[in-house]
Design a protein around this ligand. Structure first.
Ligand SMILES: [Mg+2]
Length: 122
Protein backbone atom coordinates (compact mmCIF):
# COMPACT_ATOMS: atom_id res chain seq x y z
CA UNK A 1 0.00 0.00 0.00
CA UNK A 2 1.34 3.41 -0.97
CA UNK A 3 0.65 6.74 0.68
CA UNK A 4 1.56 10.09 -0.83
CA UNK A 5 2.31 12.86 1.66
CA UNK A 6 2.49 16.37 0.18
CA UNK A 7 3.42 19.47 2.15
CA UNK A 8 5.79 22.32 1.41
CA UNK A 9 6.92 22.23 5.03
CA UNK A 10 9.52 19.55 5.59
CA UNK A 11 8.72 19.55 9.30
CA UNK A 12 5.00 19.08 8.70
CA UNK A 13 5.78 16.20 6.33
CA UNK A 14 8.06 14.42 8.73
CA UNK A 15 5.60 14.81 11.62
CA UNK A 16 2.79 13.34 9.57
CA UNK A 17 4.96 10.53 8.26
CA UNK A 18 6.11 9.64 11.78
CA UNK A 19 2.48 9.40 12.95
CA UNK A 20 1.41 7.40 9.91
CA UNK A 21 4.24 4.95 10.55
CA UNK A 22 2.96 4.36 14.07
CA UNK A 23 -0.79 4.34 13.44
CA UNK A 24 -1.49 3.24 9.89
CA UNK A 25 -2.99 -0.25 10.22
CA UNK A 26 -1.11 -1.96 7.41
CA UNK A 27 2.38 -2.02 6.02
CA UNK A 28 2.86 0.91 3.70
CA UNK A 29 5.35 2.83 1.68
CA UNK A 30 5.37 6.62 1.94
CA UNK A 31 6.13 8.87 -0.99
CA UNK A 32 6.81 12.54 -0.36
CA UNK A 33 6.17 15.63 -2.44
CA UNK A 34 6.71 19.26 -1.56
CA UNK A 35 4.17 20.91 -3.84
CA UNK A 36 1.13 20.09 -5.91
CA UNK A 37 3.02 19.79 -9.15
CA UNK A 38 5.39 17.21 -7.74
CA UNK A 39 2.43 15.43 -6.12
CA UNK A 40 0.77 15.00 -9.52
CA UNK A 41 3.96 13.59 -11.04
CA UNK A 42 4.40 11.13 -8.18
CA UNK A 43 0.73 10.22 -8.20
CA UNK A 44 0.93 9.24 -11.87
CA UNK A 45 4.08 7.27 -11.23
CA UNK A 46 3.08 5.40 -8.06
CA UNK A 47 -0.75 5.31 -7.94
CA UNK A 48 -0.89 5.66 -4.16
CA UNK A 49 -4.06 4.40 -2.44
CA UNK A 50 -4.12 7.37 -0.07
CA UNK A 51 -2.96 10.96 -0.42
CA UNK A 52 -2.45 13.60 2.24
CA UNK A 53 -2.37 17.05 0.67
CA UNK A 54 -1.56 20.37 2.27
CA UNK A 55 -3.62 23.19 0.77
CA UNK A 56 -1.23 26.13 0.89
CA UNK A 57 1.83 25.33 -1.23
CA UNK A 58 3.87 27.08 -3.93
CA UNK A 59 3.78 26.09 -7.64
CA UNK A 60 0.50 24.26 -7.33
CA UNK A 61 -1.73 24.35 -4.28
CA UNK A 62 -3.50 21.39 -2.72
CA UNK A 63 -6.91 22.15 -4.18
CA UNK A 64 -5.56 22.24 -7.73
CA UNK A 65 -3.64 19.03 -7.10
CA UNK A 66 -6.76 17.42 -5.60
CA UNK A 67 -8.77 18.30 -8.71
CA UNK A 68 -6.15 16.79 -11.03
CA UNK A 69 -5.79 13.66 -8.91
CA UNK A 70 -9.54 13.07 -8.84
CA UNK A 71 -9.73 13.72 -12.56
CA UNK A 72 -7.08 11.12 -13.22
CA UNK A 73 -8.30 8.68 -10.63
CA UNK A 74 -11.83 9.26 -9.29
CA UNK A 75 -11.44 6.56 -6.65
CA UNK A 76 -8.35 8.18 -5.09
CA UNK A 77 -8.76 8.79 -1.37
CA UNK A 78 -7.47 12.23 -0.52
CA UNK A 79 -7.15 13.86 2.90
CA UNK A 80 -6.60 17.61 2.93
CA UNK A 81 -4.61 19.49 5.55
CA UNK A 82 -4.79 23.18 6.29
CA UNK A 83 -4.53 25.74 9.04
CA UNK A 84 -7.32 27.55 7.26
CA UNK A 85 -10.50 25.90 8.42
CA UNK A 86 -12.92 28.38 6.97
CA UNK A 87 -16.02 26.53 5.95
CA UNK A 88 -15.49 27.63 2.37
CA UNK A 89 -12.11 25.85 2.12
CA UNK A 90 -13.54 22.68 3.64
CA UNK A 91 -16.57 22.88 1.37
CA UNK A 92 -14.43 23.40 -1.74
CA UNK A 93 -12.21 20.46 -0.78
CA UNK A 94 -15.31 18.28 -0.25
CA UNK A 95 -16.82 19.33 -3.54
CA UNK A 96 -13.55 18.42 -5.24
CA UNK A 97 -13.71 14.95 -3.72
CA UNK A 98 -11.59 15.09 -0.56
CA UNK A 99 -12.76 12.51 1.98
CA UNK A 100 -11.36 14.11 5.11
CA UNK A 101 -9.97 17.39 6.36
CA UNK A 102 -7.31 17.81 9.07
CA UNK A 103 -6.82 21.17 10.74
CA UNK A 104 -3.17 22.05 11.15
CA UNK A 105 -1.10 21.96 13.24
CA UNK A 106 -1.42 18.20 13.26
CA UNK A 107 -1.13 16.08 16.37
CA UNK A 108 -1.38 12.41 17.18
CA UNK A 109 -5.10 12.46 17.96
CA UNK A 110 -6.04 14.24 14.72
CA UNK A 111 -3.96 11.88 12.62
CA UNK A 112 -5.35 8.82 14.41
CA UNK A 113 -8.89 10.06 13.81
CA UNK A 114 -8.15 10.68 10.15
CA UNK A 115 -6.67 7.21 9.70
CA UNK A 116 -9.62 5.56 11.45
CA UNK A 117 -12.05 7.49 9.29
CA UNK A 118 -10.41 6.78 5.94
CA UNK A 119 -9.69 3.18 6.83
CA UNK A 120 -13.27 2.52 7.88
CA UNK A 121 -14.77 4.23 4.87
CA UNK A 122 -13.03 1.94 2.41
MG1 LIG B 1 1.81 24.77 3.26
Amino acid sequence: MKILVTDDSRLARSMLIALLKVHFPVEHEIIQAENGKQAIELFKQHHPEYCFLDITMPHMNGIEALKLIKEKSPAAKVVMLSADIQNTSIEIARQCGAIYFIKKPIDEIKVKQAIEYIWNSK
